[in-house]
Structure formats: structure tokens, C-alpha cells
Design a protein around this ligand. Structure first.
Ligand SMILES: Cc1ncc(COP(=O)(O)OP(=O)(O)O)c(N)n1
Ligand SMILES: Cc1ncsc1CCOP(=O)(O)O
Ligand SMILES: [Mg+2]
Length: 342
């Protein structure tokens, strides 16, 4: 066997194990998930069983020109999500290298590492889905955007105020422009570790790899959206009465919108549902739900007193002179009602 092949195998077995360890630490200490950390551990142990003494003996660190090479992106991680994704990528690449070069070393290596690579893909998808749903459960304020000058500045200002959930809602822009706006919003949200959903359009959500969609009663059925998006993405549904509420939950919505609570020019002509429906939802719903429609800093406490713990707003933030401050105010009120720190 050529020493170079053994060195490639040795280096990539190490790389895969290190990446898995980084992921495992988050599963264990960040998510407290024994299921995910056990899977990482098993994969590491399987890797170790292939890392034989003769492969380790081929190591030549002083003669390796690659030890000083780092990409600028490796020196900074903008969020936990990007850190995890970078390490999944690293593990998958390393496994692929071992899968190919391993065929020269031991014919069984190709099959074994292919299987491991697929296990890592599955782990990644489950882990990112789990994190996404956890993030949703921890989100109390939801910004639904409307087309406006300086949209990115507004969204970024709100993210700086602590916002963690954004919906891109845009009814009239050309698809080509929507695609670009959605891409940029998605990147911005990713930078701040916020969830990014798209209103109405499953295709757009898929195109920019958004975290999910928000669908109204006239939009795609949840079952079809779920088929297209898979179990790890978030699907929200609008509801205006107890029947729609019940159906959305049965159909597998991850959260529901509840409103419009008050009349609002953002959805002109739509009858308000009032606080009675808020009280009904507060008593009967255990999945996350967001009161929406005409909510602002002056009336938010009325909505919270009716039992809402989460609110979604458009104008209150998009048209605010100081979106960061308004976001902080909402978050403080929402935390106060639950005796949490914002
Ligand atoms: C959080 C949230 N709740 C409700 C809606 C309204 O959705 P829909 O009824 O489909 O109306 P449009 O927003 O598409 O006009 C929402 N977007 N977000
Ligand atoms: C999209 C939507 N769905 C129900 S009310 C509403 C608009 C809420 O907008 P605003 O917060 O400006 O009243
Ligand atoms: Mg809709």
C-alpha cells in the first residue's frame, strides 16, 4: 500500500472523528439529548475501529503542507447553526474521502463508510429539525414583513433587539425579485440564529432552503406542504375560529396564527376575531400559537391579558422609527407575563 494512501486515510479518519466530537458536545451539553449524543458516540467508536495501527503509523505531521492552511471562514462562526453545519460538512467530506481511498486499502471500507455517511446525513437532518422546533418553542415575538424601503435594515434592527422568528410576506413583487429578497433575508436570519419562514409559497421556501412556510386557509393543504418540505421543516397555519384551530392541529401544523385580533389595514376587509377567540385558544391549544392582527405597543397587554403568550406583528415593527427598541419592548412585555427574562 502506498504510504500516501495510508496518510490520507489516517488524516480523514481523524478529521471525521473530530467533527463528530464537536457535534456530540452540542448534543450533550446544549440539547441534553442522549439520543443524538449516543449516535455521535457510536459513529466515533466505529471510526476508531477502522483506525488501525498501520494507518496511524503512516502519519507525518511535520511533512504535511496542509497543517497551516485555514480558510478565513473557519476562523469565525456567525452562529451555532453555521458551526454545526460546517462540522457536518467536514465529517461528510472526510467520510467520503475514506470511502473512496479506503477501497484501495480494504474492500469492506467502501461499503462501511458509505453507510456511515448516510447515517451522518440522517443525524444532520434530525438534529437541525429538532433545533429548529426548539427555537420555535422559544420564540414569543414574530415579525411578519411587508414590502418597505429599507426592509433589510428594519429586519436586522429587530434581530438586534432579540427577535428570533421572521416571516417574509410579499404579495406583489415579481418572483425573480422575491427570490433575491428571500435569499438575503434567509442569510440575515441565519446570521442571527433566527428562524426564517416564507408566507404562502412552498416553492420559494424550498428554493432558498427556508426553515418552513406559513399557510392560510386558502393556501396549500398542510399534508401536501409536509410531503414537499419533510418532517423537519416548520409549517404554520392561520386560524380564525375553533374549527380551523382544531383542524390545523390535527393536520400537523407546528404552530398556528390566531387572528386578526383587531381590524388592520395590513389585511383590509378581514373581520377581526376579537379577544374571545384568543381566550378559547389559550384554554385549548398546547402547540405554539401567535395572536396577530392590529397588535401594537399600546394594546399588546390587552392581548396578553386575554391569554396570549406570543404575538405576531407587521406594522408595529416595520413602520417603527426604532425597530430595535420596539422589539425589545415587546419581548420585555412577553417575558414579564411569564416571569421570564427576555
Ligand atoms: C403568523 C401568521 N398568521 C396569519 C397569517 C395570515 O395568513 P393568510 O391567512 O394566508 O393571509 P396572508 O398573510 O397570506 O395574506 C400570517 N401570514 N402569519
Ligand atoms: C397577515 C395577517 N394575518 C392576519 S392579520 C395580518 C396582518 C397583521 O398586520 P398588522 O400587525 O400590521 O396589523
Ligand atoms: Mg396566505
Amino acid at each position: 500500500m502506498q504510504p500516501a494512501v495510508c496518510r490520507i486515510l489516517d488524516a480523514n479518519l481523524d478529521r471525521a472523528r473530530e467533527g463528530l466530537r464537536i457535534i456530540e458536545e452540542w448534543c450533550r451539553f446544549g440539547l441534553n439529548s442522549s439520543q443524538f449524543s449516543d449516535e455521535c458516540k457510536q459513529l466515533r467508536q466505529e471510526l476508531a475501529s477502522w483506525h488501525t495501527l498501520d494507518l496511524r503509523a503512516a502519519r507525518n505531521t511535520p511533512g504535511d503542507p496542509g497543517t497551516d492552511l485555514t480558510h478565513p471562514q473557519e476562523e469565525r462562526r456567525s452562529s451555532l447553526g453555521t458551526l454545526l453545519q460546517a462540522n457536518f460538512c467536514r465529517v461528510q467530506e472526510a467520510l467520503r474521502v475514506v470511502e473512496e481511498y479506503g477501497k484501495l486499502y480494504n474492500p469492506k471500507m467502501g461499503v462501511a463508510f458509505k453507510q456511515m455517511r448516510y447515517r451522518v446525513y440522517t443525524l444532520e437532518s434530525h438534529l437541525l429539525g429538532y433545533q429548529r422546533h426548539q427555537r420555535l418553542a422559544q420564540s414569543y415575538l414574530y415579525l411578519v414583513t411587508s414590502p418597505t424601503e429599507g426592509l433589510f435594515h428594519v429586519v436586522e434592527a429587530a434581530l438586534q433587539g432579540g427577535l428570533s422568528l421572521v416571516q417574509y410576506r410579499d404579495k406583489n413583487t415579481a418572483d425573480l425579485d422575491r427570490l433575491e429578497i428571500a435569499r438575503q433575508l434567509r442569510q440575515l436570519c441565519q446570521q442571527y440564529g433566527a428562524i426564517f419562514l416564507i408566507n404562502d409559497r412552498i416553492d420559494l421556501a424550498l428554493a432558498v432552503d427556508a426553515d418552513g412556510v406559513h399557510l392560510g386557509q386558502q393556501d396549500m393543504p398542510i399534508a401536501i406542504a409536509r410531503q414537499l418540505l419533510g418532517p423537519q421543516k416548520i409549517i404554520g397555519r392561520s386560524t380564525t375560529n375553533p374549527e380551523e384551530m382544531q383542524r390545523a392541529i390535527q393536520e400537523g401544523a407546528d404552530y398556528i396564527g390566531v387572528g386578526p385580533v383587531y381590524e388592520t389595514p395590513t389585511k383590509a376587509g378581514k373581520a377581526p376575531v376579537g379577544l374571545e377567540y384568543i381566550r378559547h385558544v389559550a384554554k385549548n391549544v398546547s402547540i405554539p400559537w401567535f395572536a396577530i392582527g392590529g397588535i401594537d405597543v399600546n394594546n399588546v397587554n390587552e392581548v396578553l391579558n386575554a391569554g396570549a403568550q406570543r404575538v405576531a406583528v407587521v406594522r408595529a415593527i416595520v413602520q417603527a422609527e426604532q425597530p430595535t427598541l420596539v422589539t425589545q419592548y415587546f419581548l420585555a412585555q412577553l417575558a414579564r407575563i411569564q416571569n421570564r427574562t427576555p
